[in-house]
Design a protein around this ligand. Sequence first.
Ligand code: ADP
Ligand code: ZN
Length: 665
Amino acid sequence: MPGTTETPGAPQAHGPADSEALATLHRVFGYDAFRGEQEEIIEHVVAGGDAVVLMPTGGGKSLCYQIPALVRPGTGIVVSPLIALMQDQVDALRALGVNAGFINSTQDFDERRVVEAQFLAGELDLLYLAPERLRLDSTLDLLARGKIAVFAIDEAHCVSQWGHDFRPDYLALSLLGERWPDVPRIALTATATHATHQEITQRLHMPTARHFVASFDRPNIQYRIVPKADPKKQLLTFLRQEHEGDAGIVYCLSRKSVETTAEFLTRNGIDAVPYHAGLDGATRAAHQSRFLREDGLVVVATIAFGMGIDKPDVRFVAHLDLPKSVEGYYQETGRAGRDSLPSTAWMAYGLNDVIQQRKLIQSGEGDEAFRRRAQAHLDSMLALCETAQCRRGQLLNYFGQDPDPAGCGNCDTCLTPPETWDGTVAAQKVLSTVVRLQRERGQKFGAVQIVDILLGKRTAKVIQFDHDQLSVFGIGTDLDEGEWRGVVRQLLAQGLLAVEGEYGTLVLTEASGTVLRREREVPLRKEPKKPALPRATGSSGSAGSSGRGKAKAAVAELPEELLPAFEALRAWRAEQAREQGVPAYVIFHDATLREIVGRWPESVAELATVGGVGEKKLLTYGEGVLGVLAGLKTPTAAPAPTAPGTGDEDHWPEMDAEPEPEDWI
Ligand code: ADP
Ligand code: ZN
């Protein structure tokens, strides 16, 4: 391993990397041990090596550059595109006793001068900069006059021109290696694809960097994709049944649906705010800040929201529209559960999603190559939605990693395996209807009309076009409307049918012929009448956060009798956070509060052994925490056994066909 060879007596100011790094982990961050590859990465960078780190959100990337910055002499320069989050990042570090600062456009001249002076005096452990600032000559000159411990390039996938987070200023970061050949660089991202990985390495000019690719599994996130019927209502039911009072993000495709969904949730008693690029900067900042600071706010957003949000206790991410790619889906869902506690990634998906996305690609900008790539991304996303196999397995396969062949046990398809059926004849019926309309009438129609014809419905439009005279009229009464829409959706997803033009009319593809000629079978997933719910094992009956049913929640669920103490500590924390104007998690994470109530420390020394309680926090909050506990009754009862499912399933709305937003012709 480069850089970690033992060289006793070597004149290294920072001594053996591992022990000092570990000591820093204990002292500053209050953690026992490194996770996964953190230790190797940190050793490598402390010893002066470059590194490219691919690690999922919540994997613990920050420590990989924060500890080298603390251990090596000089200041760690962190390049981050997220100006709006710098203040919070710096606040969180200061709460740990780390001297951190930032320079960005939100500061006035004097504030900036103070930070610059601190940097030049060697007083800063970490300095956060946006790439557009870093590339300025004035900034480069400033950096040249101080001592730099390490360059950390966070959200390094922003250098990729194909991703939706592309930032041209990231390209200029390749100069860091030329100007500071002796300063190690570490590029970090949670984007896992091979192509992005290659691009980061090339564009940042890091040919000799060591590469660290962590497992992209997020076992605490439960993945679920349900058939879309009445999405807002389904969302409300999901939130009420499983995430009452929890913080979470709801993603929608359009600004309008962001607005209407946020209003709908608010009307129904759920604290929710909108976030999209059409809102003015002040409103956006205010909503983001509330999300970070308050316990249990829901943000309804377009993809403009979320990158770099390091709020650890986001308990769910919901999608009301289909993401454009598996990468996007993974990034967005990855914002749930950074603290490793049970969390849910929930999505409602239906026929209109497929039609809409296919139309968007066709009518969108970009050349043929761009369209093909977008199409391929969408196809992978659709395959994930339609799979009858483990969702996590499919995700990991997508990122080139090996899943557990037995399934994960924490996704909807593992928890409630979907039934499949031989849909060959049904597929032929759909395709023949499309063929007949085109050959016999020279017409193209959308899904609604095709399904009406199959069902033999004499709607106004069917009569208007004489479609009841077609030989295929009424040949599909064996399935209901919802099932037919499911068939059409799956044919679209499998590329056996295509969407065309502004109205999303259905047309055949090259592959359609193989079905019509009976050269292949078409296995389909059965459309559930009710969406699958996990077989809950969490505690039941009590209100609030303990009432959630998640397969793996039992491990992290608190015994009933500890809840009052947990809530008391949360209230104390909220008070501290308000007084100091920082997010609650900057004081202590939920995971730390849970460990505190579980262990019930009676002295400062005992409290110091709890994960997440470092030197500075012990000093600042130790007495406060012990005071809260002392005011409560020590729980003596044995942990309550976990109850089986609560029968919540019965409250799900019946799944009828999805409402059609507009006529397709
Ligand atoms: P990322 O930047 O990769 O999304 P973070 O650096 O924010 O992840 O870390 C995710 C969470 O894990 C944070 O709450 C952090 O405090 C915690 N964490 C990171 N490393 C460790 C560790 N070695 N031991 C315990 N907790 C850790
Ligand atoms: Zn699974």
